[in-house]
Design a protein around this ligand. Structure first.
Ligand SMILES: *[C@@H]1O[C@H](CO)[C@@H](O)[C@H](O)[C@H]1NC(C)=O
Length: 284
C-alpha cells in the first residue's frame, strides 16, 4: 500500500515537473536576432501569445550584464540597442528574459527563463545601405563621381554621424561602370567619397553604380547595398544609341510609306487599263 502511495506521488511529481518545465520553455523568447542597418541596431524575437513581459540585457564579456531602461518589462518583441552599443568594434551578446506574471522580489532573476542571442559586433556586422551619388563629365574621357556617405542613427554632440565619421579610413567605395549597351564591366576601388574615372571613350554613354566597401570586415559583411544605376548622356546623333523602340518606329513608318506607294501604283494601273479597254471597245 505504501509503495503504491510512493508510486502515485512520484507520478504526480513527475507530471508536475514536466508541466512546469514545458511551461517555462514555452515562455522563452524565440528566434532572438540582430537587425542592423547603418548602425541602427535592433534586437528582435518572437513569443507565444501570453501576458508575460520581457527584459533585455546585454554584455560585451558575458560576465557583466547591463540592462536598458527602455527594454525592461516590455510587452514588445523588439528592443532598439543603438544608443547602448553605438558602433563600437566589440562583440556583444544580449539576452531576453521572460518576467514572471506575479512580481516577487525574492525571486532570483537568474532563474527566469531566458534566451541568448548570437554574438554581434556593430562595427563589423552592421549592414550599409545604398549611397546616393552624382556623375559629372570633366572632359571627353573623364568623369567625376561624388558619393554622399549614408547617415547613421548615431548622434554625437547634436551631430548625426555619417558612416565615414564611424568607419574612417576603413571605408572605401566600389565603383563599377560599363559602356551603355555592353556587358563588359570595370571596377574601381576608391579610398575617398569622390573619384575620377578616366580613359572613357569620347561620345559614349556610360552607366555607373556604387557601393560602400569595407575590406577590413569579414567577407560576408564587406559590401554595402548597390546604389541605383546612373548613366551619362552620350552623343545623341550616333546611330548605335537609338533604342529598340526607335528602330521599331522607323521600320513602321517605312512600311506604311511602302504600302501606300504599292497601293497607289496598283490603283493607277487598274484605272488606266480600264480607260484603255473602254476606249478600244468604243468604235465597235
Ligand atoms: C544584413 O543584410 C542581409 C541581407 O539582406 C541579412 O540577411 C542580414 O540578416 C542583415 N544583417 C543584419 C545584422 O541586419
Amino acid at each position: 500500500m505504501a509503495s503504491l502511495k510512493t508510486l502515485l506521488c512520484l507520478g504526480v511529481c513527475l507530471s508536475a515537473w514536466i508541466i512546469t518545465t514545458a511551461d517555462e520553455t514555452m515562455l522563452n523568447a524565440e528566434n532572438v536576432r540582430w537587425f542592423s542597418l547603418d548602425f541602427k541596431t535592433i534586437l528582435r524575437w518572437t513569443t507565444k501569445p501570453s501576458d508575460h513581459k520581457y527584459t533585455v540585457s546585454y554584455s560585451s564579456d558575458d560576465l557583466n550584464w547591463l540592462g536598458c531602461p527602455h527594454c525592461t518589462r516590455v510587452s514588445d518583441s523588439e528592443c532598439d540597442l543603438t544608443d547602448e552599443l553605438k558602433a563600437s568594434d566589440r562583440t556583444y551578446s544580449a539576452k531576453v528574459q521572460t518576467e514572471p506574471l506575479i512580481e516577487d522580489d525574492s525571486d532570483d532573476p537568474d532563474e527566469f527563463p531566458h534566451t541568448n542571442s548570437l554574438p554581434f559586433n556593430p562595427y563589423r556586422e552592421s549592414n550599409i545601405s545604398a549611397a546616393a551619388f552624382t556623375v559629372k563629365a570633366v572632359d571627353k574621357s573623364r568623369v567625376n563621381v561624388s558619393i554622399t556617405d549614408p547617415l547613421t542613427s548615431i548622434h554625437v554632440g547634436g551631430k548625426q554621424l555619417s558612416i565615414r565619421d564611424i568607419l574612417k579610413k576603413d571605408l572605401k567605395y566600389k565603383i563599377t561602370y560599363h559602356k551603355s549597351g555592353s556587358t563588359g564591366k570595370r571596377d574601381i576601388l576608391s579610398d575617398s567619397s569622390t573619384a575620377q574615372v578616366s580613359k572613357l571613350d569620347a561620345g559614349q554613354s556610360y552607366c555607373f553604380m556604387v557601393a560602400a566597401f569595407i575590406p577590413s570586415r569579414p567577407r560576408a559583411t564587406q559590401q554595402g547595398a548597390w546604389s541605383t544605376r546612373q548613366c551619362t548622356p552620350g552623343d545623341s546623333n550616333s546611330l548605335e544609341e537609338l533604342s529598340l523602340g526607335t528602330w521599331v518606329g522607323v521600320a513602321f513608318v517605312l512600311l506604311t510609306v511602302l504600302i501606300t506607294i504599292v497601293m497607289v501604283t496598283v490603283l493607277c494601273c487598274r484605272c488606266r487599263r480600264q480607260r484603255n479597254t473602254s476606249q478600244s471597245s468604243a468604235p465597235v
